[in-house]
Design a binder for this molecule. Structure first.
Ligand SMILES: [Zn+2]
Length: 320
């Protein structure tokens, strides 16, 4: 069977969906021809329906199972950029919905969080660190498609998985990859092996959750206890959730959930902006604390730094 795209230019914003319901004929002989542009091995049963999603940038057919169909799955698809949504206009609050009420643990055994999402030593820490031993398996938290498999000096070996609701989970400092770009993965599937690659002091998993390029505090979405439960299935996410300087890497943020856009918007309007001081040559912590009339201890606590920290020029300190 040959697929042609006569209206492709007209539909230049949206991905094309071809919903092909299974018939015994289809699955007995034509399926391999249909998905011959796909790099993913075919793994469907006779009762599955199949959706072929055509990426409009590359026209490369990527096959996913019916349960993974969604408008968000291949939006801004890019396998070379960690964040393909950079510089895009975003409006807040936004809505994030999950069909699952639980996630698959990204590691085996107890999840010990050694550093949280938030401000850390004058810089944003945009994920959480979960303790592991090099060689431990790392699993995908949900069904999804592998968008990015790459090394960078900061994150080391990193895998990003896009899930059907638009959420991305990223797994950094890995020692080995077990998947490649465009692979479909199942919830709980082993995707890599943990390690210390990139800028990691000891072996751990740096786990990032993001939606359309906005980093979200993973602890707002997930309970990292034994049960692997989501905090909720429907989230209204305000700007505060996505900005590291509203959080501290050393203590858990307070959770507030909103039931509607209206409620989230009204709270967001009241949330004050943070005051930030950019370190200049000659600045000292005690001078900064005097300048803004806050205690030295509070300044250090807010910024998760020690009183004896050396201030680097250009670093940002949160004042309140
Ligand atoms: Zn980290």
């Amino acid at each position: 069977m040959k697929i042609t795209f006569p209206h492709f230019n007209v539909v230049n914003r949206i991905m094309l969906y071809f919903i092909l319901f299974s018939t015994s004929l289809l699955f007995s002989q034509d399926i391999d021809t249909l998905v011959n542009t796909s790099s993913i091995p075919l793994n469907v049963t006779k009762n599955d329906s199949l959706i072929i999603i055509i990426n409009r940038d590359t026209l490369k057919g990527i096959k996913v199972t019916h349960s993974l169909s969604s408008d968000l799955l291949f939006e801004n698809w890019n396998d070379t950029k960690f964040n393909p949504y950079k510089d895009q206009y975003k409006s807040y609050p936004f809505y994030l919905k999950f069909t699952d009420s639980s996630y698959a643990s990204p590691i085996q055994g107890k999840k010990v969080i050694t550093s949280r999402y938030g401000w850390r030593k004058g810089r944003p820490h945009l994920g959480i660190d979960i303790d592991l031993v090099t060689g431990d398996q790392v699993m995908s938290m949900f069904d999804g498609v592998v968008r990015f498999v790459r090394y960078s000096s900061g994150h080391g070996k990193t895998i990003v998985i896009r899930h059907p609701n638009g959420l991305e989970t990223a797994y950094a400092h890995l020692s080995k990859y077990k998947v490649k770009v465009n692979d479909t993965v199942q919830k709980g599937q082993i995707i890599g092996i943990g390690g210390t690659t990139g800028n990691a002091r000891g072996s751990h998993l740096h786990l990032i959750t993001s939606y359309k390029g906005d980093y979200i505090n993973p602890e707002y979405l997930f309970d990292f206890g034994k049960e692997n439960k989501l905090k909720k299935q429907n989230f209204w996410i305000t700007k505060r959730w996505t900005k590291a300087h509203f959080h501290s890497s050393t203590k858990q943020s307070k959770f507030t959930y909103y039931n509607s856009y209206k409620e989230a918007l009204s709270v967001q309007k009241k949330q004050s902006k943070r005051k930030v001081h950019v370190v200049k040559r000659g600045d000292t912590l005690s001078e900064i604390s005097r300048k803004y009339k806050i205690s030295l201890i509070k300044l250090c606590k807010t910024n998760a730094i020690s009183i004896h920290s050396i201030l680097k020029i250009g670093k940002q300190l949160i004042i309140y």
